[in-house]
Design a protein around this ligand. Structure first.
Ligand code: KMH
Ligand code: ZN
Length: 304
């Protein structure tokens, strides 16, 4: 009998895209981020993808000390795999973005595969009142801002972390980013198994139509064969539909308040764990099993 497919759930707990005024449930302080990560792990997430925020106003920060403020609590309570962002926020330079992964040497870190527009303008239109001064210019500025990830930046992150044993969550927002990942494989800077995180439905990247998902998958299959694990995230309302399609065709999934604030139409998710539970229900309804953190470590050949 064939072994059941295990599905890795990553939970992206807070990110840098949403702002505190959009949801009272967005984790901001070290304790909120730690509790959200632990709750997500208890609900079935094998990996937590983590950003930090300044506790006073919730603005994104890559200060490694802010990460140091929540990591011990998570590690003491859970075996969940820690994944630290190198994307930070689109307003930050690469040196600043790199510091948490460089200094804290996590099992997994994100790596963004190309420079792109990163549309947040819709949110500016939706939210009229903001609690903190930084939120409005942050969102408005996205219409004239590039999320910079040049080939040199990508190589710099990979080379800087090369002795850390960190595996990268390779963020691909379009088909071309898969070819960029393949280029870095050819240069020997990315090693198999690749953990490809395909991102759907961000303005500036590929859409969230099922044809977009299938074309990503077909291209990744052609480029990487058996050398990769595929995961998806759908932005906003496409979160659960995209994750469902991925699980149904052999992929892994990412949920969390970084990617969507919602738990069904018009309902704010009250926690990251709520979204994990929702996709877990779908995965189990597909007769699949959710991977534990140690199973994810084995699947991704992490340093542990
Ligand atoms: N915010 C997501 C769309 C990163 O942290 O490096 C992608 C992301 C980037 O998670
Ligand atoms: Zn992120």
């Amino acid at each position: 009998m064939m072994a059941k497919q295990k599905v890795i759930i990553t939970c992206a707990v807070t990110g840098a895209i949403h702002t505190p005024s959009m949801s009272p449930y967005l984790p901001v302080t070290a304790d909120e981020i730690a509790d959200a990560a632990i709750g997500a792990a208890e609900a079935g997430a094998a990996i937590v993808h983590l950003h930090a925020r300044k506790p006073e106003d919730g603005s994104p920060s890559q200060d490694p000390d802010l990460f140091r403020a929540f990591l011990p609590k998570i590690k003491a309570a859970s075996k969940v795999v820690i994944n630290l962002t190198t994307g930070g926020a689109p307003t930050m330079g690469v040196e600043e973005r790199l510091q948490p992964a460089l200094q804290l040497k996590p099992e997994v870190a994100s790596l963004n595969m190309g420079s792109m527009n990163f549309g947040l303008y819709e949110m500016l239109n939706r939210y009229k009142e903001f609690k903190h001064d930084w939120e409005r210019p942050y969102l408005a500025g996205s219409d004239d801002r590039i999320f910079r990830n040049t080939f040199k930046d990508i190589a710099y992150i990979l080379e800087s972390c090369s002795d850390n044993g960190t595996r990268f969550e390779i963020e691909c927002y379009d088909i071309g980013h898969l070819y960029t990942a393949s280029h870095f494989f050819d240069r020997g800077l990315i090693k198999a198994p690749f953990f490809i995180q395909s991102v759907f439905g961000l303005r500036g990247g590929i859409g969230s139509h099922i044809e977009d998902v299938m074309q990503m998958k077909r291209t990744a299959d052609r480029l990487f064969g058996n050398d990769y694990l595929w995961s998806v995230l759908g932005a906003g309302r496409s979160q659960i539909p995209i994750a469902t399609v991925s699980a149904a065709i052999g992929g892994n999934v990412r949920v969390g308040l970084e990617d969507s604030l919602w738990d069904g139409p018009g309902n704010l998710a009250k926690s990251n764990a709520d979204q994990v539970k929702r996709i877990r229900t779908v995965i189990e309804a597909l007769s699949l099993e959710v991977a534990t953190p140690d199973e994810a470590r084995a699947m991704l050949q992490l340093k542990g």
